[in-house]
Design a protein around this ligand. Structure first.
Ligand SMILES: Cc1cc2nc3c(=O)[nH]c(=O)nc-3n(C[C@H](O)[C@H](O)[C@H](O)COP(=O)(O)OP(=O)(O)OC[C@H]3O[C@@H](n4cnc5c(N)ncnc54)[C@H](O)[C@@H]3O)c2cc1C
Length: 521
């Protein structure tokens, strides 16, 4: 069988039998940092680098075709760059899970000791760590470690972002003036809630034309994974650290200034708005999160962006990204099964592209199926909100996010979906369910509602936005469970004021939509 061009080309970096490297490092698909902590010291020729390209992971989940393209292409580019830099390279293609693939590597190449940064995904970490000949080092690609998290939260309970975030600001010195936060406040979230009505114009995120390696991967994904979600066509993600750095430069130059005020805004004409769209590159290791935070701070200190934008961006990376990972690791067993709201509806076919008639949902799903991305607020307030209101099984929703999004990996997707977005963890990560009626969607995303056949301003009648019915029905359904949650007292009090007739209509319409969601007429 003839090997693909990439696999043939990478063989020229195989170690020379007369001068084998003195150590080997396994670089995983999400550890593609140019300054990889295990590869920065010593002569490149002394340290060999191993990669595993396995069909076992896509066999477990039918990922989006663009996600497969991104992961495989980025890893192949990294392998080539290491080879060019003088490292001996073994690029191993396997059908086995990571532990099995490592055993193949040991048998095939005689490599009997490998170092690796602790894999971020537990489903990869545990089997690898069980191999006695593999040395697992702390994963320094994140900004905080477990010891820091334990110092912030020495006792059980009370995991809140704000506590973690303030400690992380102090520890890193980011946006600090001595012991005080720059500007006198830690958090400018209240300034991040403007709706976008077309101005300022939203600059497009840069597109990166596929090179020969990426085009070869696109062909491979087309033929090897025909059942994957979406299509490789139009793939334009950065797959190298250099291109990811260009994408970050573009964000800092053109979008960070408006990121803060419009962080919660939604619009389908400019779906990315002012978001960085850097999460896929950050999660693969191509970008250093600390460097991004420092650049945001420098832009503020240079007077180029408002404090609310720099702080908002830093809070997402230094705060949320680190926080959700620790919370998840601490309660992984809980997150595997928890379903605090006892939501059991199967994921509606609408999430796989069947029209629901709800314009906000259909447009957002179309964007995700096309690109493998949508920004935070559409994930939270459209996709997850609607699923939570309907009572969709949070684990089915989690599976969908995990396969569909370019940036989805176990440690980040699960706490966000099963914790923050659906409240299925019962409030470990967030302090209340993120649910809203159609009025919120219209306020923050007027463009999403424009042209919808349902009216978010109406609460009765056949053209009332179904989210309005589903919202009150949700509150009634969970009123006892949420009664002791102070943050739910205002909506619950408002629900209690609704007349018996109005509530009956909400209940009946909500039931009709739940039946539709379950596949009924
Ligand atoms: C239901 C749901 C599912 C999500 N799934 C993922 C996921 O699989 N992978 C993922 O990286 N993020 C996930 N997020 C968090 C967030 O939506 C994305 O990180 C963000 O939308 C990525 O787009 P961006 O790079 O333009 O982010 P920006 O808005 O520009 O934010 C900057 C960066 O902050 C980080 N960030 C922001 N919020 C979070 C958060 N809640 N958790 C972790 N990092 C955060 C990301 O690295 C992001 O790139 C999810 C959020 C929700 C509500």
């Amino acid at each position: 069988m003839t090997a693909e061009p990439f696999l043939r080309a990478i063989r020229r970096f195989a170690p020379s039998p007369s001068h084998p490297p003195s150590r080997w490092v396994l670089v995983l698909y999400d550890q593609l940092r140019p300054a990889h902590p295990l590869l920065v010291d010593g002569e490149p020729a002394d340290t060999g680098v191993v990669y595993i390209e396995t069909t076992a992971k896509p066999a477990r989940r039918a990922y989006h075709a663009k996600k497969l393209t991104l992961l495989l292409s980025a890893m192949r580019h990294d392998a080539r760059a290491r080879g060019v830099a003088g490292h001996p390279v073994r690029y191993h293609v396997s059908t086995q899970w990571y532990d099995g693939a490592l055993e193949e590597i040991r048998a095939q190449y005689g490599i009997d000791r490998v170092e690796v940064l602790s894999p971020a995904e537990a489903e990869v970490r545990h089997p690898i760590a069980a191999l006695p000949w593999v040395v697992v080092r702390p994963n320094a690609l994140f900004l905080s470690d477990e010891a820091f998290y334990r110092r912030v939260f020495p006792k059980a309970g009370g995991r809140r972002l704000e506590t973690f975030y303030r400690a992380a600001r102090k520890a890193t010195g980011l946006l600090m003036d001595g012991a005080e936060p720059v500007g006198g406040a830690w958090n400018y979230d209240a300034e991040n809630r403007r709706a976008w009505k077309g101005t300022p114009p939203a600059p497009r995120v840069p597109a990166f034309a596929p090179d020969a390696i990426t085009r070869e991967v696109m062909d491979l994904v087309r033929t090897r994974y025909p059942a994957s979600l979406g299509s490789v066509d139009g793939f334009a993600e950065p797959v190298t650290a250099a291109d990811a750095a260009r994408a970050a430069d573009d964000f800092f130059a053109h979008r960070l200034a408006a990121f803060g005020p419009f962080e919660d805004a939604m619009d389908d004409r400019e779906a990315d708005l002012f978001h960085s769209r850097l999460s896929p590159a950050i999660n693969l290791g191509l970008l250093d999160p600390l460097d991004l935070c420092r650049r945001a701070e420098a832009a503020y200190r240079a007077g180029a962006v408002p404090l609310a934008s720099a702080e908002g961006f830093i809070r997402q990376i230094l705060g949320w990204r680190e926080f959700v990972r620790h919370v998840y690791e601490e309660s992984r067993a809980l997150y595997a099964t928890t379903n605090a709201l006892e939501a059991t509806l199967p994921l509606p076919a609408w999430y796989w592209g069947e029209a629901s008639g709800l314009r906000c949902l259909d447009r957002t799903v179309a964007q995700v199926l096309e690109t493998g991305y949508s920004h935070h607020i559409t994930r939270l307030m459209v996709l997850s909100n609607i699923a939570t209101l309907l009572g969709v099984d949070p684990h089915a929703l989690n599976h969908w996010f995990w396969v569909a999004y370019l940036d989805a990996f176990e440690w980040v997707v699960t706490p966000n979906v099963v914790g923050m977005a659906t409240y299925a963890d019962g409030g470990v990560l967030g302090s209340k369910p993120y649910v809203s009626s159609g009025k919120y969607i219209q306020r923050m995303g007027p463009g999403l509602c424009a042209g919808c056949r349902f009216d978010p301003a109406k609460t009765t009648g056949t053209d009332a936005c179904p989210l309005n019915h589903l919202y009150w029905d949700f509150l009634e359904r969970h009123r006892e469970r949420l009664a002791r949650n102070m943050r739910m007292s205002v909506p619950l009090a408002a629900m209690r004021k609704l007349s018996v007739e109005v509530m009956a209509e909400h209940r009946a319409e909500a039931a009709r939509w739940k039946e539709r969601a379950a596949g009924g007429a």
